[in-house]
Structure formats: C-alpha cells, structure tokens
Ligand binder design. Structure first.
Ligand code: ADP
Ligand code: ADP
Length: 237
C-alpha cells in the first residue's frame, strides 16, 4: 500500500538525502529502517506523511500519488498516519488525557481546543487508546510526572486515537533506557499484530530492530542497500 517508485529527495540546499528508492510496503507490515546517522532514514519516513516532499519519482499510498494532494486533502491524508518522535512531542504541563484528546481537534477548531469541548465518544476513544498501551491509570496525571517510557506511550495513544492505518516512528526509543525501550517496542508490536496497523520504525539499535521488525530496510548514503526479512540480515549491512 506504500510504494516508492524511483523516488528521490534533494533538500533545497542541494543535499541529496534519497535516491533510487524503490519500495513496496503492504498493510500490516512491521518494518525496521536501519542505517548510520545521516543515511536518510528520517527523510525516508517523513516523505510518507508529506512532512517532506520527494523531489523526483513517485510515492503512492493506496495507489494515490500523494505529491498531488493539496491543502485539505493533505490534512485528511495525514490523519491516517500516526507519527511518533524521539522527543515525544507532548504538552508536558497538562494531563495525559488532554494530550490524547488533542488528536480529535480539527486543524481550525481553535475554539474546541480552547474550551475543551469533546464528545463523550471521543473521551471514550481516548481512554480506550490509553488502555491499549497500558497507561489507563495515568489518564489524569500531568505528563511531566511520567517516565520517558510512559510519555512515549502517551504519544502512541494519541496516535491510536485517530485510528491510523500506518504508524511512522522516528527513533522512538533513542532516548529511553534499554528496559523501557523494550516495553515500548512491545507496544508497537502488539498494536501492529492486533490492529493490523503498518509500523515503520527508524531505529539505530540494530539488535532491537532485528528482534521486533519482520522486515529490515538498510539505508546507506540515501540508498537502500538491504531489504529483506529480519532473519536474513547479516553483520555487514
Ligand atoms: P538519518 O535519519 O538516517 O539520520 P536524515 O534523513 O536525517 O538521516 O538525513 C539525511 C541527509 O539529509 C543528511 O545528510 C542530513 O544532514 C540531510 N538533511 C536532513 N534534513 C535536512 C534538511 N532539512 N535540509 C538539508 N539537509 C537535510
Ligand atoms: P531528528 O532527531 O528529529 O531526526 P535531527 O537532529 O536529525 O532531528 O534534525 C533536526 C531538524 O534539522 C530536522 O528538521 C531536519 O530536517 C533538519 N536537518 C537535519 N540535518 C540538516 C542539515 N544538514 N541541514 C539543514 N537541516 C537539517
């Protein structure tokens, strides 16, 4: 359902971040993208939700050329794609619940955001999402009282509340200790298997990538140098 066809990305300053990218990722896959810092991993996944635009070739999602989407269509498209960052990107001085509810606020509805008007259905959905990542009991606690792993789960719940087809995660465990990192990876795995959500994770811990992802894509200097089942990855990737 995600297909890169001879895609490339050159940044305005001339940096060629991606070239000759040909990839097909089916619904429900769990893909780990590995490679050194600067290889192009982040650029690769950020093109999928139009945070960045490819500058050559095509990028199709469900047979739609996403570079052709405009304004409103882009916003609608982005709601199908959850994005998780290394730095969580939460509003830390408010509650977990409020952070998850934010996913229901349409872009222009600042009034709803201001007055906190959410439907009962939305509140239930938010609580269900928190339950899925095991932090329902933290719903009314301020985010800054939580550990890093718990904060990443809030981010994951916020994403789940919007019913995504795809979750893109850019180094989601890079700032977590090894034990917490595994707990968060377990959440990704469970979400992937139970809900058939495609998960594409950039990860520089190769061993963690191999353990969790079903498929590994190796990126080096903007090109794909490996693409196959985790079991086939050799030391020299
Ligand atoms: P990775 O995620 O593997 O660390 P990135 O996708 O962040 O790699 O970066 C790939 C290359 O593109 C690097 O050379 C990086 O410096 C460059 N790059 C990333 N973002 C930008 C940008 N906004 N403008 C110019 N160059 C960028
Ligand atoms: P992250 O850890 O979230 O991938 P980075 O530290 O790689 O973030 O990059 C932070 C921001 O700077 C991003 O928006 C990225 O696109 C941009 N960036 C990265 N490398 C370059 C570069 N060489 N020139 C310009 N911008 C860059």
């Amino acid at each position: 359902m995600i297909e890169f066809i001879n895609a490339e990305k050159t940044y305005p300053n001339g940096t060629k971040a991606l070239q000759d990218i040909n990839l097909k990722i089916d619904q429900g896959e769990f893909v780990g993208v590995i490679g050194l810092s600067g290889a192009g991993k982040s650029t690769l996944i950020r093109c999928v939700n139009r945070m960045h635009d490819i500058t050559g070739g095509q990028l199709m999602v469900d047979n739609v050329d996403i570079s052709k989407l405009k304004g409103k269509q882009v916003r609608k498209f982005r709601r199908r794609i959850g994005m998780i960052f290394q730095s969580f990107n939460l509003v830390t001085r408010t509650t977990v619940m409020k952070n998850v509810l934010v996913s229901f606020v349409p872009d222009l509805s600042f009034l709803r955001k201001l007055f906190g008007v959410y439907t009962k259905e939305q509140k239930v959905k938010a609580l269900e999402a928190l339950d899925k990542v095991g932090i329902l009991d933290k719903a009314f606690i301020r985010v800054d009282q939580l550990s890093g792993g718990q904060q990443q789960r809030v981010a994951l719940a916020r994403t789940l509340a919007q019913n995504p087809d795809i979750i893109l995660a850019d180094e989601p465990i890079a700032s977590l200790d090894p034990i917490t990192a595994r707990q968060v990876m377990d959440d990704f795995k469970r979400i992937n298997k139970d809900m058939n959500i495609s998960v594409i994770i950039n990860i520089h811990h190769v061993e963690v990538a191999l353990e969790y992802a079903d498929r590994i894509i190796g990126v080096r200097k903007g090109e794909i140098v490996f693409d196959g089942p985790s079991a086939k990855v050799t030391q020299d990737v």
